[in-house]
Design a protein around this ligand. Structure first.
Ligand SMILES: [Zn+2]
Length: 90
């Protein structure tokens, strides 16, 4: 594990790890303002973390859709938002 980190992303990987730790709270909207901005700044230039965040949103959304009975309109809005996110992630 530590050997792999010597290649390539060594410098940014700790920021990536930190941001990824914040992500589930970020998706839940539970981060403080400064941390929220930190995640947004990071995913703006880090495609890997952007993909991770996108996948996390999809996963949480799928879990939420299974666990709660939303109205149809809300489901459509969520899907549209997720599609927009996925498009940006590419
Ligand atoms: Zn990153």
């Amino acid at each position: 594990m530590s050997r792999l980190r010597l290649h390539g992303f060594a410098r940014s990987s700790s920021e990536c790890e930190h941001v990824r730790e914040l992500m589930s709270d970020y998706v839940d909207g539970e981060l403080e303002h400064g941390e929220q901005a930190r995640v947004e700044r990071h995913v703006a230039f880090c495609p890997r973390c952007r993909t991770v965040l996108s996948n996390l949103r999809l996963t949480l959304s799928a879990l939420g859709a299974l666990g709660s009975s939303r109205t149809r309109g809300e489901d459509d809005a969520t899907e549209a938002a997720l599609r927009a996110w996925r498009d940006r992630a590419d």
